[in-house]
Design a binder for this molecule. Structure first.
Ligand SMILES: O=C(CO)[C@H](O)[C@H](O)COP(=O)(O)O
Length: 211
């Protein structure tokens, strides 16, 4: 069964907590988005985990250097997954993987901006990465890009890792994304931009469960 990850992309601490409360019944993973974690820091990780101990918390650090050193406090604060850039040195990725393993947590390699995504995914998987993230970022989405071709490539490798997909996924694309091999579907704007985020999350949950 695929998991749904809600991307909390506001900067505001209280708004983030309130949105998490609304959508939590329908999602598996609460993601603290990159701008949000930079703005709010460890305090938000602790608060979100305390409020939702039954949910996984993904901290979207997009680490680029000093992997073990940067990721460790976020795992210790309650993060279950942190992200590290596939564009970083493999030593950086290995550092985050090491920190994750030391904390019974998971490291996700984010392929955003990576030229040879298949090569990085294969090498990261062979070094113990837990999740490979296929990701079309917000700026690339604005230029018309989607993650679906990259998903085909990465899912087609048959690696022994979970595949996460992010980049404008909505109710029209979520089922085909799961059917194409996503273990984790990430949704941000389609939930937080909806008139009722809870209703939108509920609808997406039903679509994923029926896929
Ligand atoms: O990581 C992100 C941007 O870097 C977003 O959180 C991710 O793309 C999900 O949001 P959306 O569904 O709006 O694309």
């Amino acid at each position: 069964m695929a998991e749904i990850q809600m991307a909390l992309d506001s900067l505001d601490f209280d708004a983030t907590m309130a949105l998490a409360e609304q959508v939590a019944p329908y999602v598996d993973i609460l993601e603290i988005g990159t701008p949000c974690i930079k703005y709010n820091g460890l305090k938000l990780v602790k608060a979100l985990k305390a409020a939702h101990p039954d949910k996984k918390i993904l901290v979207d650090l997009k680490t680029m250097d000093a992997g073990e050193y940067e990721a460790t406090p976020f795992f210790e604060a309650g993060g279950d997954i942190t992200t590290v850039l596939g564009a970083s040195d493999m030593a950086t990725m290995k550092g985050v993987i090491k920190a994750a393993n030391a904390n019974n947590a998971e490291a996700q390699i984010d392929l955003i901006g990576v030229e040879d995504k298949a090569a990085v995914a294969k090498e990261a998987a062979s070094n113990g990465a837990h999740i490979i993230g296929v990701h079309t970022g917000l700026d690339a989405q604005a230029a018309g890009q989607t993650p679906f071709e990259d998903l085909k490539t990465i899912a087609g490798l048959g690696l022994n890792v979970k595949v996460s997909v992010a980049g404008g996924i909505n109710k029209d694309t979520i089922q085909s994304t799961v059917q194409a091999g996503a273990d984790i579907v990430v949704v941000g704007a389609a939930i937080y931009g909806a008139p009722s985020p809870a209703e939108s999350a509920k609808e997406l949950r039903a679509l994923v469960d029926a896929a």
